[in-house]
Design a protein around this ligand. Structure first.
Ligand code: ADP
Ligand code: ZN
Length: 734
């Protein structure tokens, strides 16, 4: 498939128009030289210019004179045929209209802009007629960089002069301003450079992955290894093999925008940095990477989930690191799981998938158990580092005066770390100061005007914030309901409240709160994380962002403030999620070789809960097996299939009428042996003023779920402004 030549259309072409509204395919006049199937082009549509994809040859019976011409070919290199195939099958799977899927794969990077060159400054040779100190500095910077090119402003900045100095040198012929191509290839990664010597179990795993990549076909491997076992070192060997084979590799990371550590490791291994794809890079870089990936001129891309929709020319390997992470599921416009789509894409491209995690998703665990995926295990931490000791702190037996959340046992352990100059992490997965603000006069809980949700006090910002819609308002003096003043009280803790307690109880310790809402930008958060790893913070107080893969070398104690927090709730994945989160957080402790093993303390009211017991005992496999057995008995994923339907509209009557109409015509679902549950109010029954109702569909594993849903929904057009979202394999019951 990689080598088949795309068909060429010299005169006219049928083009799939990529707009939000369903337009479909239209015929256009080809530009001089024709177009080729799979090329991305710009075409006129009414008064607009829109993206289009060359689909096939135009119909012969058209009057050529009446056809509008293609405006411009955006990328001469047509999409790899497997890429289109992937997009169409991903659209089928997720019940997304194909043009919308194509748009998602082509929308981000300013592709409709001309392939503008960048104006850059290069050396030109003539010495200036008059040399000044400022001019001297500019020329020195050029000389220091061996004749590299710079944007004028960048050069001026480096030399510490105004841009007029640079322009003056250009006017005098000492420098020249030229147009340089924007979409330049990425530096070559060298797979021949030696990697770190691997430990025995690492070597065995790396050999297996290398063999699989070298063999060149599709396969998926679950790479399971405890935190700190060296999964990254191992899969970098698979990347090396992929590069040696001349194919492209993609590594997906859940919080790539927050981490430079991974990029540094790639550079250390291969001598250059990979292409980066996430929300933190500039539009120019996004556009460049999009084109370069399509031309096969970048060997390794590291990215967030949407990198999976880059038009790679020849993908040989996809690594999904921390494959259990919830951020791989997109729940907006197109509902998809990047993990599942990685497997789909690889199976079409003839590529290998590596799913890496210390705490795999139940889906992947079951697929490995059934032999659908291969499985590799790293059972010990690398080197001398040991896994942390684990213990429960039974809050029923601790002296916990009201307004305190750190038990005497945990406080003592923190104190011991401070004395030894080590770091402690207090984990609570709740942003803000207090989740509930209640009026002690009337009992009212302050809620959001737009959502069926409580306002959360954020004391550092001195505001109440709705975590659903982001609305904020000042913390009022008087109760908005009864008007009594001075009776509003915060109930329960968030990380800011723990920080307050830490400040009171450990007044000499340096504490830092790590919570996404406290940082203006990803960069600021990234800098703080780096500073925590190397600086002298004694106590880190953090939400789930601390759980994700960061290395804090001096961290030897993890205290989970409320281990019971995620255990309640009707969500299918409550136990699984809670287990993963706590295991990951505990894994932050004592990752350094040669250190005493770390300690993780779980504060709980239910030390006998199966999840807590599994975390403490370290019997992860028994936990997954038990969880899998329970899902199987209930016919739930991954043994049965689920789809979620969310309907929303500002008027509750409109939502419930339409939901009832759908429920009354569910014969196509029943014909596929699928059950319909609901409609019922969604767990968050109103967001941003829209009322929300939910339906769930459960079907046996082999049932044609998507086709049945499509048949069911097709005859019923939603009334204007009613939003209907279909979520195949929902991750939460929203
Ligand atoms: P994981 O991804 O499984 O949590 P990492 O790959 O991040 O583990 O490895 C944990 C730490 O151990 C890192 O600092 C890494 O550099 C180090 N490490 C792992 N394997 C080796 C090795 N073979 N040689 C040297 N250092 C290693
Ligand atoms: Zn709100």
């Amino acid at each position: 498939m990689r080598d088949s030549l795309p068909r060429h259309f010299p005169a006219r072409a049928r083009i799939a128009v990529l707009t939000c509204e369903p337009v479909g395919v239209l015929d256009y006049l080809a530009p001089e030289g024709g177009v080729r199937q799979g090329q991305l082009v710009l075409v006129p549509l009414g008064p607009r210019r829109v993206l289009g994809l060359v689909w096939g040859e135009g119909a012969g019976d058209f009057d050529l004179a009446k056809l509008r011409p293609v405006t411009r070919v955006i990328e001469a290199e047509p999409f790899a045929p497997g890429f289109l195939d992937f997009l169409i099958r991903a659209a089928d799977y997720t019940l997304t209209p194909p043009p919308l899927m194509l748009r998602m794969a082509t929308r981000a990077p300013d592709l409709d802009q001309p392939p503008a060159a960048r104006r850059v400054i290069v050396p030109a040779g003539d010495p200036p007629q008059r040399m000044t100190e400022a001019r001297q500095r500019v020329l020195q910077v050029m000389a220091d960089h061996g004749g590299a090119s710079f944007a004028a402003s960048e050069l001026a900045h480096l030399a510490g002069v105004g841009t007029s100095v640079v322009k003056g040198l250009v006017a005098q012929g000492a420098l020249a301003e030229i147009e340089a191509p924007r979409d330049a290839p990425y530096p070559h990664l060298d797979p021949a450079r030696p990697g770190k010597p691997l430990a025995e179990d690492q070597q065995a795993a790396a050999d297996a992955l290398r063999a699989a990549v070298g063999a060149g076909g599709y396969g998926t491997t679950l790479l399971r290894g405890v935190t700190g076992s060296g999964k990254t070192e191992v899969y970098l060997e698979a990347v090396a093999e992929c590069l040696r084979a001349g194919r492209q590799a993609l590594v997906l990371l859940p919080e790539i925008a927050l981490s430079t550590e991974f990029l540094d490791r790639v550079e250390a291994r291969f001598g250059a940095r990979p292409g980066e794809w996430h929300s933190g890079i500039t539009r120019t870089e996004r556009r460049r990477l999009w084109h370069i990936a399509g031309r096969g001129e970048v060997g390794l891309v590291v990215g967030a989930r949407s990198a999976l929709f880059l038009p790679f020319r020849d993908l040989g390997l996809i690594v999904v690191d921390e494959e259990h992470d919830a951020s791989y599921k997109q729940e907006d416009v197109v509902y998809y799981s990047a993990r599942d789509m990685a497997v789909l894409r690889a199976s079409i491209a003839g590529a290998q998938v590596v799913l890496a995690s210390a705490t795999p998703s139940l889906e992947s665990w079951v697929n490995a158990a059934s032999g659908k995926y291969a499985r590799l295990d790293l059972r010990a931490r690398y080197g001398e580092a040991e896994l942390p000791d684990m213990a429960a702190v039974d809050l029923r037996a601790e002296d916990m005066p009201s307004g305190r959340w750190i038990s005497p046992t945990l406080a003592q352990a923190v104190e011991a770390r401070i004395v030894r100059g080590e770091q402690a992490l207090l984990f609570l997965n709740r942003r803000g100061f207090a989740p509930v603000t209640i009026c002690r006069a009337c009992g009212e809980q302050i809620g959001c005007h737009q959502c069926d949700a409580r306002m959360v006090e954020h004391r550092f910002q001195n505001r109440l914030v709705c975590h659903q819609c982001g609305e904020t308002r000042p913390i009022p003096e008087a109760c908005p309901s009864c008007g009594v003043e001075g009776k509003l009280a915060p109930i329960g803790p968030g990380v800011e409240r723990i920080a307050e307690e830490v400040a009171a109880r450990f007044p000499d310790a340096k504490a830092t709160v790590l919570s996404s809402d406290l940082f203006q930008s990803a960069r600021a958060l990234k800098e703080t994380i780096a500073e925590l790893a190397h600086g002298r913070t004694d106590i880190i107080i953090g939400t789930q962002i601390v759980a994700k893969g960061h290395n804090f070398p001096r961290l030897t104690l993890v205290g989970v403030i409320d281990a019971d927090l995620g255990l309640q709730g009707a969500d299918l994945r409550a136990a699984e999620r809670s287990f993963q989160l706590m295991r990951q957080v505990a894994g932050r402790a004592g990752r350094q070789s040669g250190q005493a093993p770390g300690l993780a303390l779980l504060q709980t009211h239910q030390p006998d809960h199966p999840v807590i017991r599994a975390i403490l005992s370290g019997e992860d496999e028994a936990f997954w097996d038990a969880e899998a057995a329970a899902r199987q008995a209930a016919g739930m994923p991954p043994f049965g299939r689920l789809a979620g339907i969310i309907l929303s509209h500002p008027d509750l009557g409109v939502v419930s009428d339409f939901a009832r109409l759908l429920a009354a015509h569910a014969a196509p679902l029943r014909a596929a042996a699928a059950e319909l549950w609901g409609p019922a109010p969604a767990p968050i029954a109103r967001i941003r003023g829209r009322h929300r109702m939910r339906m769930l569909i459960r079907a046996p594993r082999q049932a044609p779920l998507q086709a049945a849903i499509a048949d069911w929904l097709a005859p019923h057009k939603p009334p204007g402004n009613l939003r209907l979202a279909v979520d195949i394999d929902p991750q939460s019951f929203f």
